[in-house]
Design a protein around this ligand. Structure first.
Ligand SMILES: [Zn+2]
Ligand SMILES: [Zn+2]
Length: 188
């Protein structure tokens, strides 16, 4: 198994794995930041999770809220989007906690490639599921504010910061043409 970098929301579940199916742990958690993907981070995370021992591993029920720092789709300035995330996912054990032998995935039960896994040292990285569900909660077009005016398609100025001169320039051109007509002396 490839060694992955764990998120800050990682729990050692070796004790829970030694208990009977149905055994539970409850956690409240806060975390300053979780990297989502390039250019986006979930910040000010607060939530609660319940871990339940299952035959296959640990079932995680969690709710969390946070603020995603991202980019406004209209003006390309930083944008903050508050989101709430709820998920329930099975994390499959990969190593038997009592024998230390690895547990092969049961491929007959379907494609398991996307499964969340408890690593060989019995660490469960809840951040991996939170990351996926947080991305699903993101609006398609995040905005810095609902009334963001965006960038002018003509000159590219940020219309929240300054008014552009594209329309003025167009008017100036028309006046210039009119002036040229007036300047032309009528034939005598
Ligand atoms: Zn904007
Ligand atoms: Zn413009």
């Amino acid at each position: 198994m490839a060694t992955q970098k764990h998120s800050p929301l990682t729990y050692n579940v070796s004790q829970l794995l030694r208990e009977e199916p149905g055994s539970r742990r409850e956690y409240a958690f806060t975390e300053s930041a979780l990297h989502l993907h390039e250019g986006e981070e979930l910040r000010n995370i607060a939530g609660a999770a319940r871990f339940t021992r299952t035959e296959l591993g640990v079932y995680v029920d969690a709710t969390a809220s946070g603020i995603v720092s991202t980019t406004c789709m209209r003006c390309l300035q930083p944008a903050l989007v508050a989101i709430d995330v709820t998920f329930a996912e099975q994390y499959r054990a990969t190593v038997d906690v009592t024998t230390g032998s690895s547990i092969a995935a049961d491929h007959e039960e379907g494609d398991d490639d996307d499964a969340f896994l408890i690593d060989e040292r019995h660490f469960l990285d809840m951040g991996s599921a939170l990351r996926e569900y947080a991305i699903l909660e993101m609006p398609m077009r995040p905005l810095c504010k609902p009334e963001c005016l965006g960038l002018c398609a003509g000159c590219g100025v940020d219309l929240n910061q300054e008014s552009c001169r594209c329309s003025e320039a167009a008017v100036d051109d028309r006046f210039a043409a009119l002036q040229a007509l007036l300047d032309r002396k009528p034939p005598q």
